[in-house]
Design a protein around this ligand. Structure first.
Ligand SMILES: C[S@@+](CC[C@H](N)C(=O)[O-])C[C@H]1O[C@@H](n2cnc3c(N)ncnc32)[C@H](O)[C@@H]1O
Length: 244
């Protein structure tokens, strides 16, 4: 296994563990709704289109996509999270699978949501090629990932930071740089755009020692990064694009 390959065993062990407590819906319901509406708008998902939620976890965003009127399917590497998603949302379709080897035919999807997933792939090239393969011509994708340029994400989640905490993260993940993700998709021929979002209120933090800071973090995140000139420092990067 090369240095840039995702360690699937570690990833599955970590997320299967989370399924037991059903604690991985990290954002509040209002934030989930706003994030999905923003993603669908940026990607320009067509009403009623077939949209896959890749890295769907326990299925909260797949369910929201379905409720927005898309023909949604969720996919995740963790068998236990897929089991949990099927229990929580019995009317939604879920598949166990790997984004680097998607179980969808060529040109079969109108849209793809990369659901907090790209930052779990040390090299997203294989994932991006699979997204290109499964999308129809004119189909689109959108990805949301923590932004390495955001001071909190950098300090708490980047391995090069002196305050890095490995609590509640997998060995594979790290915050992303917007231009690097964009370059991978652009290199495959996608027309790519980047946006940023803050004010995503967490309801859960992995570290119990830091959990008491959550209301303060949510407030600072909402106010500090609101001005337009602070945009590139917002906590999440949104990458979106269309297949020619
Ligand atoms: C940060 S969680 C996001 C979960 C959910 N979408 C959310 O935003 O709350 C990342 C998810 O990606 C899944 N994942 C990681 N690597 C994957 C891969 N290679 N293929 C499919 N899913 C993967 C994990 O199992 C996990 O559920």
């Amino acid at each position: 296994m090369g240095i840039l390959a995702q360690d699937k065993h570690k990833e599955i062990a970590f997320f299967d563990g989370h399924a037991a407590t059903d604690a991985y819906d990290v954002f509040t319901p209002e934030t989930n709704a706003r994030l999905i509406a923003t993603c669908a708008r940026l990607a320009g998902f067509k009403a009623g289109g077939r949209v896959a939620d890749l890295g769907c976890g326990s299925g909260v965003f797949t369910d929201l996509l379905q409720r927005h009127g898309y023909d949604a399917v969720g996919l995740d590497l963790s068998p236990k999270l897929i089991e949990l998603a099927r229990r929580k949302y019995p009317k939604v379709e879920f598949l166990e699978g790997d984004v680097e080897q998607l179980p969808f035919p060529d040109g079969s999807l109108d849209g793809v949501l990369l659901s907090g997933l790209v930052h779990h792939l040390p090299d997203p090239t294989r994932c991006a090629s699979e997204v290109l393969r499964v999308l129809k011509s004119g189909g689109s994708f959108v990805a949301f990932d923590p932004n390495r340029m955001n001071p909190f994400m950098y300090l708490y989640r980047d391995r090069s930071s002196p305050f890095y905490s490995p609590v509640g993260v997998t060995a594979n993940e790290r915050p992303v740089l917007a231009h690097k993700i964009a370059a991978v998709f652009r290199g495959l021929g996608f027309a790519v755009g980047t946006d940023y979002i803050s004010d995503l209120s967490y309801r859960y933090l992995a570290s119990s020692k830091l959990r008491w800071l959550l209301p303060a973090y949510n407030a600072v995140d909402r106010v500090l990064f609101a001005p337009e000139f602070m945009k590139p420092l917002r906590s999440f990067v949104l990458t979106f694009g269309q297949k020619p």
